[in-house]
Design a protein. Structure first.
Length: 223
């Protein structure tokens, strides 16, 4: 932090910053003092939609792989899910099955499962679980932690309140909040109420649904 503050005090011609929107505002404010131009590549949350026409096995495979790879420490990992109520239970079972397929019965002993990069980020992500549960969320899969190893198991959360940290901050960890939905327009309201998404992932086989989501969201990339 001290190094960054010292650099921002210098009269650079251009500043390129990659990180959180909250820090991006600080960078832009500092750059304005020297009339320096800026490029801000700001991390955001990446909502993922699984509609009632999706191939559930394919969606579960890809989401479980991309969410828990490197302990979720990937900027474009799926951040939170909206799953149509008609396929919710089927999807959750499929994801839990894929987690076992990738990491075995004991995730903590798997050679293929990573750890949080350091204690600070371990405590940060662990606090997201505690905060969500204290506000009414339910852990329906995972939730195990090990302070000595910075280990957090693949964790699935439901009934997650909108004001919980896991829904407000970029997670960058192995937590997967799942929301049930019926009306896609309600989903779009939630997505558009937040900072612009880094990515939006859509699992659907209905072109009308896909186009409706594409035409009513903005993101760094949508697929």
């Amino acid at each position: 932090i001290e190094t960054s503050q010292a650099l921002l005090a210098l009269p650079f011609n251009h500043i390129f910053f990659t990180g959180a929107p909250s820090i991006g505002k600080i960078v832009m404010k500092a750059a304005a003092k020297h009339l320096a131009s800026v490029t801000l590549e700001l991390g955001g949350k990446s909502p993922t939609i699984v509609d009632e026409t999706a191939n559930i096995n394919a969606a579960a495979t890809r989401i479980a792989w991309s969410k828990f790879l490197n302990n979720g420490q990937i900027c474009i990992a799926p951040d939170y899910l909206f799953v149509h109520k008609n396929v919710r239970d089927k999807f959750i079972k499929a994801v839990q099955k894929k987690i076992k397929h990738f990491y075995g019965e004991s995730v903590e002993n798997s050679n293929d499962y990573a750890r949080m990069v350091n204690t600070r980020h371990y405590n940060r992500v662990k606090s997201y679980i505690d905060d969500a549960v204290s506000k009414g969320a339910t852990v329906i899969g995972g939730g195990q932690t090990n302070d000595k190893e910075n280990f957090i198991s693949p964790t699935i959360l439901t009934n997650v309140p909108a004001n919980s940290k896991v829904m407000e901050e970029e997670i960058f960890g192995p937590l997967l909040p799942i929301h049930e939905y019926e009306d896609i327009n309600e989903v779009l309201k939630v997505i558009n109420s937040k900072e612009k998404a880094l990515t939006v992932y859509v699992f659907s086989s209905r072109k009308k649904n896909i186009n409706h989501i594409l035409n009513n969201t903005r993101a760094g990339g949508t697929c």
